[in-house]
Design a protein around this ligand. Structure first.
Ligand SMILES: CC(C)[C@H](C(=O)O)[C@@H](O)C(=O)O
Ligand code: SF4
Length: 472
């Protein structure tokens, strides 16, 4: 073991049960897992068929988020029989294997990557593997989180371990001061546009620099959440006092003497001076602008005051082809300014941007304004607790007065697995993380951006620069 190690190396070393070779293949101990109704059924079936039990049921949480309805008045009736079956099987598995479940009507239910932080299920130094790619979100707390497939879930449930291949280390240093109207969403979108949707494949990213230090914990989550859109199966930030303060009063945080001991050990969780990264990226963030996507991959994006690219000017053949395909699907013409793209929908939600701070930003933009008459605006809080808080703070009333639908929590239109589905040709300004073809409904078109940018676009009726709308 080399003397100087990265934060990622430390997580892997402290969780290695057995080394298989010198190529980085190990048996990795997993501290916690959160499972959703959509990716867990086959894993539970596998256990049942082989008469296996769950090794440590207390380390697992089952949480319904992908298929549940988000109608304004809370109910659990699903229009889709498939979703209903999944949730019912989830309930049966909760009983059968004695695993805690946050069901549709539970006060603590929400999107798993919002709920786990809120409840204090993720702590610095932990390794968390779950059946969802955005498990990278836990990196904002100094935990290693990554998504796994159904057969791996089965292995994890049965043994508390996974066969794992160690990733390479990448460091992204972000220095400078973000301009007004520029959010952490813009930081990660700019990085993905720069390195590509596969730019971090095979790597765990550690984010550092003054930009990260100055961001709130929730804003940091947005960055770690979307790191997987560059291919990273692990995204870290060294935990600091802000993280400890964030976690201190969460329901499942250690208390008293245990808390003090935990914080003391968490303070050691940082990359050693001199540790070597396989790849280093530096971004001067002072010049960053709000970003929007124009295509069908998160890296097809640019600053809001740019125009749709012209494939004729792209020399890289693969990139040119991808651009032509994207523009055809998105029904966009080269040279069109982004700000002239008219929208039919505005969606604020998802595990990327549906936390209370996101909703506060949205309220600042829309207070006293109205959603354009041709736009359907929806706000879906990340959890029922976020929803409650937004109501207590008066944000919900601001949204309703502005003409937004104020919904219950869930994944909703982020991937349209419940009834929140766009129609072919609909065009949506969206605070989510994926703009793949058909993601929000077959034939629908998605433009990713920060929640404040979605809010400003909802009011304008077309993509717009939040800085113009708010006069910053
Ligand atoms: C359903 C699940 C497998 C998927 C993921 O892993 O991310 C979903 O949450 C998504 O955002 O596409
Ligand atoms: S909110 Fe969207 S990205 Fe997040 S877990 Fe749900 S479907 Fe996946």
């Amino acid at each position: 073991m080399s003397a100087s190690r990265t934060l990622y190396d430390k997580h892997i070393d402290s969780h290695t049960v057995k080394k298989f070779d010198n190529e980085g293949n190990v048996l990795l101990y997993i501290d916690r897992s959160i499972l959703n109704e959509y990716t867990s059924p086959q894993a539970f079936n596998g256990l049942r068929e082989n008469k296996r039990s769950v090794w440590n049921p207390k380390s697992i949480l089952l949480n319904v988020d992908h298929v549940n309805p988000t109608r304004p008045v809370r109910d659990q009736n699903m229009t889709d029989p498939g979703g209903s079956l999944q949730v019912n099987f989830f309930r049966e598995n909760s009983q059968y294997f004695a695993i805690e479940l946050f069901d549709v009507m539970d006060k603590r239910q929400g999107i798993e990557h919002v709920v786990a932080h809120e409840q204090g299920l993720a702590m610095p130094g932990m390794v968390i593997a779950a059946g969802d790619s955005h498990t990278t979100t836990y990196g904002a707390l100094g935990a290693l989180g990554f998504g796994i497939g159904t057969s791996e879930i089965e292995h994890l449930l049965a043994t508390q371990t996974l066969v794992y291949k160690k990733l390479k280390n990448m460091r992204v240093t972000l220095e400078g001061t973000l301009g007004l109207g520029v959010a952490s969403k813009d930081v990660i979108m700019a990085l993905i546009a720069r390195i590509g949707a596969d730019g971090a494949t095979g790597y765990a990213i550690e984010f550092c620099g003054s930009v990260i230090d100055n961001l709130s914990v929730e804003a940091r989550m947005t960055i770690c959440n979307m790191a997987v859109e560059a291919g990273a199966r692990g995204a870290f930030m060294a935990p600091d006092d802000k993280v400890f303060a964030y976690l201190k009063n969460t329901p499942r945080a250690p208390k008293g003497e245990m808390w003090r001991k935990a914080v003391n050990s968490w303070r050691q969780l940082k990359t050693d001076t001199g540790a070597k990264f396989d790849k280093e990226i530096y971004i001067d963030s002072s010049e960053l602008e709000p970003y929007v996507t124009w295509g069908i991959s998160p890296d097809q994006a640019g600053p809001i005051n740019d125009c749709i690219p012209d494939p004729a000017q792209i020399s890289d053949e693969q990139k040119k082809k991808a651009t032509i395909t994207a523009l055809r699907y998105m029904d966009l013409q080269p040279g069109t300014p982004f700000t002239e793209i008219k929208i039919s929908h505005a969606f604020i939600g998802s595990c990327t941007n549906s936390r209370i701070e996101d909703l506060r930003e949205v309220a600042k933009v829309v207070a006293g304004k109205k959603v354009a008459s041709h736009v359907r605006g929806m706000i879906v809080p990340g959890s029922t607790l976020v929803r409650e808080k937004a109501e207590q703070e008066g944000l919900a009333q601001i949204f309703i007065d502005a003409g937004f639908e104020w919904r219950q929590s869930g994944c909703s239109m982020c991937l349209a697995m419940n009834e929140d589905v766009l129609l072919p040709g609909d065009r949506c300004a969206s605070s989510t993380n994926r703009n793949f073809a058909g993601r929000q409904g077959a034939g629908s078109r998605t433009h990713l951006m920060s929640p404040a940018m979605v809010a400003a676009s909802a009011v304008a009726g077309h993509l717009t620069d939040v800085r113009v709308c708010t006069g910053v």
